[in-house]
Each structure stands twice: as structure tokens, then as C-alpha cells.
Design a protein around this ligand. Structure first.
Ligand code: SF4
Length: 390
């Protein structure tokens, strides 16, 4: 996540709640992409420190747990920069120029000069971010799958160029021993059997087989998979997208909740402010007077009710709206209560973390050090493969 400062309910529902589940099911790395912020906002770097702290506090307050996941800051792990540099050597310019967001963003941020080397290269930096941890899965929305595809292409090219080293077959055999020769044989049989029915299916079966091997790390499984595929060594496994449902969190004006639209409820907004924000939300314009009936489908408040209000209550409210049986303030009340109830425990934790900057700093330090250890291992292997281990 880029360090944009304090988070709002759109982040909470769109990203963080998903992370809270993932952190207990996978080995997760969550990081603040401060170098990425510089690719588009290189002229205003001064607020970065505060934004990073604010964001980490909000993550922790929302329930991201440093004991379950590795929480760190990108620039504290210089291996990202080294890998970015090394990968940039093998990345054709055309791949970067055709990333859909490259032109879009230049259009959207026309007031900024984005004809920079850093901006063009941010997909390589993003690839380094993922590949440094040999991540198996990257949680992305539908619109980011193309980005991940660049990462996969870069990994594939890297493996193709540097993945065949003498003696690898022996190492792969040893890896196969890890899951048992029987399993590997079964894989080969299956592969043969399914070949006629199409490559894709055979691979899916094989992947499912290997994924059942809980004693193997994801990276090991990917490496082994690569070996079984073609005998080459996979140094940087190709990450798979883990599609996350697109955030449906509407903002106060019905558009997507976003700081730049000025329609967001911040996670740390005072209850009185939240109350004011919701009370002053626009409603169906047809409800000029209390006695005018309205249509919930034309009302931004209704979109928020979908997130916060149980169905039975919604049925009553919709009826009240359509028959002018209730006023808009009556309708907003349960919504205000719902939002405040969700925010209360988050705000309490945020207060605790905000009052203890030393604790937040040490969480960032420890997380960054743990991430570094992991990235160092990858870089050792990358350097060796590229002949830089002298
Ligand atoms: Fe919107 Fe509720 Fe008012 Fe209907 S009653 S217009 S749904 S706020």
C-alpha cells in the first residue's frame, strides 16, 4: 500500500478486512510502498515519514497482527532496490510501455511530469517487491492482474536466462526426495495421462498434488514444479494472482470512497464528526420535504446501508422511505450507529498505538529486519545465478 497517510473505511472494507483473513491462512508480507509513492509524487517527499507512521498505526488498529504477518517498509529493505536494478537489465522497454496504467496514469496526473525513468520502471520495482520474497500469491483486484502479468513475464525471462545451472538435476532430485519419489512418479503419470486432454488440466492436477504437501514451502513447491515442468531451475517463481473481490465501499456522495473525492470517513474520525458527515449526506433529491416519498436506489445513504445494516432493518427502512413513513434522519440513525460501532474498537487500538511511538517504531524495525532476511536469501541466489557472487 502506498503511504497516503490515515486510512478510511474504503481501505478497511476494500483491503484490510481481506488482509485480516489472509494473515491467518498464509505467510503474509504487508508493506508500505514508500518508494512507489515517489514514482508519482517525487516533488513532495517530506510528508512520507508521518504518512508511513499513520498508516502502520491504522493497519495495527484494524487488526493486522505483527505476530501473524510480516509488516515492513519498502525502503528499509534495500534488497528491493538491488533486485529492481538487476531485473531492469533484462526487462524490454516495450513490456513497460504497454502496461495499461502507464498511459492512463500519465493522462490522469497530467499536472505532473511523469516522463521519468522511475515512473516507467515502477512495474519493475513492483516485480522486485513480489519476487524478492518468491511470493506464491499476490492479492490483487481484477484491474491489477495485468501488472502481475509483467512480474510473471520478468520472472519467466529471468529463469530462462539464468535458471540452468550445472548440477541442478541432482538438487532437484533431492527436492523430489523431500516429498517422496512416489509422489513425483504419480505426478509424471498424471501428467502423461492428462496430456491428451490438454496441458492446462495436467498442470492443475499437478499443482493440486504438490500443494497438498504441507511440509514444503511455497518456494520449494514452485521450484519443484518448475523442475518437473522442464528440468530448468526456477530461481524466481512466477506468482499467481489471488483475486480479491472488488471493494464495494461507497463514499458519502455515492462515488467510490476516496480521499481525493473528499467523500471518505477516516478510521480515526471523531464520533461527532462521523455523525455530522452522515447527517449531512445527500439523499434522494425527490425527498425535498419529510412528506415526499423517495427511492432508496437513488440515495447514497442506501448504498452504505448495504454494508452496515441487517436485511430486516433495511426492508423496514426502504418501506419507510418509499411511503414517506420515515424521515431521512430516521433512516440515517441506524447507519451512524453501525459505523460508530465498527470504528470504536479500531479507534481504541489506534489511540494506544499513537500514544506509544516507540512501540510502532519497533514493530516496523522488527518487521523490516525479518523481511530483509527473507529478501537477502533470494538476492544471494539471484546474484549467484547472474555471476555476481564474487
Ligand atoms: Fe435515502 Fe433513507 Fe432518505 Fe430514503 S429515507 S432518501 S434511503 S436517507
Amino acid at each position: 500500500m502506498r503511504p497516503t497517510g490515515r486510512l478510511h473505511l474504503g481501505h478497511y472494507h476494500g483491503v484490510l478486512k481481506n488482509w485480516l483473513e489472509l494473515q491467518h491462512s498464509y505467510e503474509c508480507f504487508f508493506f508500505i510502498a514508500d518508494w512507489h509513492a515517489l514514482t508519482t509524487h517525487y516533488e513532495t517527499p517530506l510528508d512520507l515519514g508521518q504518512h508511513v507512521t499513520d498508516m502502520v498505526i491504522d493497519w495495527l488498529a484494524a487488526g493486522v497482527s505483527p505476530s501473524a504477518a510480516t509488516v515492513f517498509v519498502q525502503s528499509r529493505v534495500p534488497e528491493h532496490a538491488e533486485l529492481h536494478l538487476l531485473l531492469s537489465m533484462i526487462t524490454p522497454l516495450g513490456w513497460l510501455e504497454r502496461v495499461p496504467t502507464y498511459k492512463d496514469q500519465q493522462e490522469q496526473l497530467r499536472e505532473r511530469d511523469l516522463a521519468t525513468y522511475g515512473f516507467l520502471g515502477y512495474p519493475v520495482l513492483q516485480s522486485a517487491d513480489v519476487l524478492a520474497y518468491r511470493a506464491g500469491l499476490v492479492p490483487v483486484g481484477e484491474d491489477q492482474v495485468a501488472h502481475l502479468e509483467v512480474t510473471r513475464e520478468i520472472a519467466r525471462r529471468f529463469n530462462h536466462l539464468y535458471g540452468r545451472e550445472p548440477g541442478f538435476a541432482d538438487k532437484a532430485e533431492a527436492a523430489i526426495d523431500k516429498i517422496g519419489k512416489k509422489m513425483a512418479r504419480r505426478y509424471r503419470d498424471l501428467r502423461k495421462r492428462f496430456q491428451e486432454q490438454g496441458e492446462g488440466e495436467a498442470l492443475d492436477v499437478a499443482r493440486a498434488l504438490l500443494e497438498g504437501q504441507q511440509n514444503l514451502s511455497l518456494a520449494d513447491r514452485e521450484r519443484l514444479f518448475g523442475y518437473l515442468e522442464g528440468g530448468g531451475k526456477i530461481i524466481l517463481p512466477e506468482p499467481q494472482p489471488m483475486l480479491t473481490p472488488t471493494a464495494k465501499m461507497p463514499g458519502l456522495d455515492g462515488r467510490k470512497m476516496s480521499k481525493s473525492y473528499n467523500n471518505a470517513i477516516s478510521l480515526r474520525s471523531e464520533p461527532a464528526q462521523v455523525d455530522r458527515q452522515i447527517r449531512t449526506m445527500p439523499t434522494d433529491p425527490a425527498r425535498v420535504r419529510r412528506t415526499d416519498p423517495g427511492d432508496p436506489d437513488k440515495c447514497p445513504v442506501w448504498a452504505l446501508h448495504q454494508v452496515y445494516t441487517p436485511e430486516e432493518t433495511r426492508i423496514e427502512l426502504a418501506h419507510g422511505c418509499r411511503t414517506a413513513g420515515i424521515g431521512c434522519l430516521d433512516c440515517k440513525r441506524p447507519l451512524i450507529e453501525g459505523v460508530l460501532a465498527e470504528l470504536a474498537p479500531i479507534q481504541e487500538r489506534a489511540r494506544e498505538y499513537a500514544s506509544d511511538p516507540g512501540l510502532v517504531r519497533s514493530i516496523i524495525n522488527e518487521g523490516s529486519e525479518a523481511a530483509r532476511e527473507e529478501a537477502r536469501e533470494t538476492l544471494d541466489e539471484v546474484r549467484r545465478a547472474m555471476g555476481l557472487d564474487y
